[in-house]
Write a protein that binds this ligand. Structure first.
Ligand code: NAP
Length: 275
């Protein structure tokens, strides 16, 4: 598995697993558990979840409780809980649902009115108490990142999880280069546009060259980007296998040119895309 280093020096796989919408449909539970376990077997050991994903944390607990030492577990606090006290409570509730003692990474899901200082102070306390190993943010545009990193404890931010895929390349204008300069990884969410990449006609011809699927090309392109972690969600085992194989695809110079033509990079600053 290809890996990259977080600023804290921890190594994480560049391809992980998302869990949004897992645990919502009881008829899918068995399949979701099997998919998560298979993903871990295949090296996709970074698991992304959030207190907002009702039911997903419980599915993860059921799927991976016996494999805690193998996984890198990420969860998120909702902005309305992100006060000093609320963040600590929210984390403890996530730990209970996940049936674990600690999170490897804890993120502020997005920013609202609670001052960042308060949330980061709580993150520091959680870190001190061993409840989280690292912390970071999500849906932060460049101005938010600059503000956050200027704060006490802002320097310890481990990642910014954002909407980034071939159809949403806005961060390449400023946020991505800025983070790269600081060796701060970006985590790409909705990397396959919630499954829609699988029938994207612009990807089909490139996919054919590699005997691959359009989804695999979309993932391979993200994996090719420096300093990017990718977290597709797959509740079906065949999707997990397909996504894992995207790591083996080597995109050629011509593929990258064709992808740039089909999905142009930004020519100006656009506000950060948010799902
Ligand atoms: P996604 O990963 O782009 O797409 C997930 C959808 O694609 C599911 O319906 C899945 O179906 C389908 N899929 C997976 N592999 C496939 C394949 N090989 N071929 C065809 N379809 C495939 O979307 P996402 O769930 O929105 O994003 C990924 C993760 O990022 C989330 O689960 C969550 O952990 C995180 N996220 C974070 C934020 C944030 O604000 N920080 C926002 C959104 C998402 P099956 O499940 O049926 O396999």
């Amino acid at each position: 598995m290809k890996t990259l280093l977080l600023p804290s020096g921890v190594s994480v796989p560049v391809l992980g697993q998302g869990t949004w919408r897992m645990g919502e449909d009881p008829s899918q539970r068995k399949a979701e558990i099997a998919a998560l376990r298979l993903g871990v077997d295949l090296g996709m050991t970074l698991i992304d979840t959030a207190e907002m994903y009702v039911g997903a944390e419980e599915v993860i607990a059921e799927a991976l409780r016996d494999r805690r030492s193998e996984i890198f577990l990420v969860s998120k606090v909702m902005p309305n809980n992100a006060t000093r006290h609320g963040t600590i409570k929210a984390c403890e509730n996530s730990l209970k649902r996940l049936k674990t003692d600690f999170l490897d990474l804890y993120l502020l899901h997005w920013r609202e009115s609670v001052p960042l200082e308060e949330t980061f102070e709580a993150f520091q306390l959680l870190k001190r108490d061993g409840k989280i190993k690292d912390y970071g943010v999500s849906n932060f545009d460049l101005s938010d990142m600059k503000e956050a990193m200027a704060l006490n404890s802002g320097e310890e931010i481990a990642t910014n999880q954002v909407y980034y895929n071939l159809l949403h390349r806005g961060i390449e204008w400023d946020l991505l280069p800025w983070c790269r300069k600081r060796a701060l990884p970006i985590m790409s969410y909705s990397p396959i546009e919630k499954g829609e990449m699988s029938h994207n006609s612009k990807l089909k011809s490139i996919a054919k060259r590699h005997n691959a699927t359009p989804t695999q090309i979309a993932l391979a392109w993200l994996i090719h980007q420096k300093n990017v972690i990718v977290i597709p969600k797959a509740g079906q085992m065949e999707h997990v296998r397909e996504n894992r194989r995207s790591l083996e695809i080597q995109l050629s110079k011509q593929d990258l040119i064709d992808l740039n033509n089909a999905f142009p990079p930004p020519h100006q600053k656009d506000p950060l895309a948010i799902l």
